[in-house]
Each structure stands twice: as structure tokens, then as C-alpha cells.
Design a binder for this molecule. Structure first.
Ligand SMILES: [Ca+2]
Length: 350
């Protein structure tokens, strides 16, 4: 009997806890955040790096002296500062916090060029390190070993560089940067069985996943493109922002390459292909029939030449999609594409 009561009691607790957790999932927490690296009312003798992290469900708007401020940015200039943090939850509840502080630098200000914190390089780097005081002493270690300024760093490895500068008053400041040297970057925009992220530009284009090895350059499959009529259309990539391998920052690459298979080049119009980037402004790169041969062709699109002075396009490709326009002489034709790749090939430019 006692045993049965016990079981009944447990059931009641279980139902109660389910009800409570059900309730909690509908409640929205107040906006919250954490701040590190700076305190209200303080005066600092060294650079200050405020790090502000939003709490769960909170979005933050941060300004420093009225200008947008990115968390984790180091402030190195003398002055009086006001950091304003506006925190908002999904219900629109808002809180505003202010942190006022002063910087009066009394330590050497370290300037590093030639290498950046978080940088990835595929060629030797030679960091140049200076301070704002003539008689400062600079001590640098690289992965824990003493490093002599001006020495090129070229071995493929991950590096941590610690720079300590001391002024005549004996006041020191230390900056740590991490970077990596490795192979030139390469990124494949894959072709999956479901063709996720690929869309035909019009009804005259039919896309499918090919598994016939004759038309595969590598891996298990390739993109089959069937085209009817002479409209200037082809496969589009990431038009709806849904390609699983899409990356937003293309600025570390200088080429987009793709293999293109055509059975007979004479089935193409003279202005056979156009690589189109639906950016603002739109960018086109044309490939003439005369430069193609029967069978597989490696198409190379020089991205830096394509965007010209609009270099910002490559830094944020999040809402830009691309198309390979194929122009035929009119009939129904079949083409294959494989290995869409972003590569960095021109070391001399770096
Ligand atoms: Ca493939």
C-alpha cells in the first residue's frame, strides 16, 4: 500500500514539473549582458579592450562616444569615453547602461604591421613592431622562443607572438597575437545528391545529379545541365542563400574555377558562357566558344579582375548569388559541371 502511494506521489511531482517547465518555455528572460575589460569611473594607463557579450535572447547595440562599437576592439587613444550598451529581448524590453572611463596612456603603445592577429598566410611574413617612445625596450617571443625583430617567419605552423614593450619609467605593455602559416587556401562549393543550393535560372534549364563516371571529374557525382532553346540562362548557385558550403568572405581567394563538359563546342554560341555575379553592381565574365574544346574544360574566373575596384563585394558574399550562363546555338543540349572551387593561386600578388 505504501509502495503504491509512493508511486502516486512520484507521478504528481512529474506532472507538476512538466507543467512548470512548459510555463518556463513561454517566458522571455529580461535583456542581459556581461562586460569585461572596462569598469565605470576608472582611469586607465594602458589600452582598454571592452568585451560585451549578450545574454540568452538578448540583442545588443553598443556605441562608444556615439559611434558604433564592436565588442573586443582595443582602444589605444588617450581620452574620455562613454560606452553605451542598449540591450533588448525578443519582447522588445529594453535596458540602457552607460560606462564612463578615461584613458591616460602611461605605457608604450605597440604598433604591429606585416601580420595580423588571427591572420592566415601562405607565404613568409616579417612582422614590423614599433612603439611610440624612442627609448622603449621591445622584447618579443615566438611560440615561447626569443624572436629577433626583422626575421622572416616562413615555416608552416600556428604561431603565438608575445610582444612586451617597456618605457623609461619601467612601465610595460604586452600584446599577444596569433597567426598561422599554411598552404594557400582552397574551398570547394560541393555538389550534393540533393543539389542543395543549386537552382535553374529558368524553365529552359533542367538540373540533375549525374552519377555516370564518364561525366564526373572527381567524387561521386557532377552537375548535369540540360538546356533547351537559346535563352541566356544556366545554373545558379546560392540564389536563395541555401548552399551548404557557401562562404561569405571570398576576399582570401583570387579565383573561382569549375570544370565544364561540352560534347561538341559547335553546339555553343560564339559568346558561349558568362559567369555572372549578382552583386551591386552586377559583374560579368565572358568565355568565348573559341577558348573551349570538346570534352572537359577548366574555367578560371579571376575574381580580383572581375570586381575591379569594387573589392568590398568579395568581403561579403552573403546575399550575392552567381550564375553560369550557357548560350547554345538553339537546340536541346546537355552539359556537365564539376568541382566548383575557390582558390588562391597567385602568390606573387600577396
Ligand atoms: Ca564531383
Amino acid at each position: 500500500m505504501l509502495k503504491k502511494l509512493g508511486a502516486f506521489g512520484f507521478l504528481v511531482v512529474l506532472i507538476l514539473s512538466l507543467t512548470l517547465s512548459g510555463c518556463f518555455s513561454f517566458s522571455v528572460p529580461d535583456p542581459s549582458f556581461t562586460v569585461e575589460g572596462v569598469e565605470d569611473g576608472q582611469t586607465y594607463e594602458q589600452p582598454v579592450t571592452p568585451t560585451i557579450e549578450p545574454g540568452k535572447g538578448t540583442t545588443l547595440t553598443i556605441t562608444l562616444n556615439g559611434e558604433p562599437f564592436e565588442s573586443g576592439t582595443t582602444i589605444t587613444q588617450d581620452g574620455e569615453y562613454k560606452l553605451v550598451i542598449v540591450a533588448k529581448n525578443s519582447r522588445g524590453k529594453e535596458t540602457t547602461s552607460e560606462i564612463e572611463f578615461t584613458i591616460e596612456l602611461d605605457v608604450p603603445l605597440i604598433t604591429i604591421t606585416g601580420v595580423e592577429d588571427g591572420g592566415y598566410y601562405w607565404d613568409a611574413v616579417t612582422p614590423n613592431i614599433t612603439t611610440d617612445g624612442e627609448n622603449d625596450t621591445i622584447v618579443v617571443t615566438l611560440n615561447g622562443e626569443e624572436y629577433t625583430l626583422g626575421t622572416p617567419i616562413e615555416a608552416h605552423d600556428k604561431y603565438t607572438m608575445v610582444i612586451t614593450a617597456t618605457n623609461e619609467k619601467g612601465k610595460s605593455w604586452t600584446v599577444t597575437i596569433k597567426f598561422e602559416i599554411g598552404a594557400p587556401p582552397e574551398h570547394e562549393i560541393g555538389i550534393g545528391e540533393e543539389l542543395a543550393g543549386f537552382q535553374p535560372a529558368s524553365d529552359s534549364v533542367v538540373l540533375s545529379y549525374n552519377t555516370d563516371p564518364q561525366y564526373i571529374k572527381s567524387g561521386n557525382g557532377s552537375l548535369k545541365v540540360e538546356k533547351d532553346g537559346n535563352s541566356g540562362h544556366g545554373p545558379r548557385l546560392n540564389r536563395k542563400g541555401d548552399h551548404p558550403d557557401w562562404i561569405d568572405d571570398w576576399s582570401r581567394f583570387d579565383k573561382l574555377t569549375v570544370w565544364f563538359y561540352v560534347e561538341n563546342v559547335d553546339s555553343l554560341a560564339d559568346n558561349a558562357l558568362t559567369f555572372r555575379m549578382y552583386s551591386e553592381p552586377q559583374k560579368d565574365f565572358g568565355i568565348a566558344k573559341s577558348s573551349l574544346t570538346d570534352g572537359w574544360n577548366l574555367l578560371e574566373i579571376d575574381l580580383k579582375a572581375l570586381v575591379g575596384s569594387d573589392t568590398d563585394i568579395l568581403k561579403d558574399m552573403s546575399s550575392t548569388f552567381i550564375e553560369f550562363i550557357i548560350r547554345t546555338s538553339g537546340g536541346k543540349e546537355t552539359f556537365y559541371m564539376d568541382e566548383f572551387k575557390l582558390t588562391m593561386s597567385d602568390l606573387a600578388d600577396q
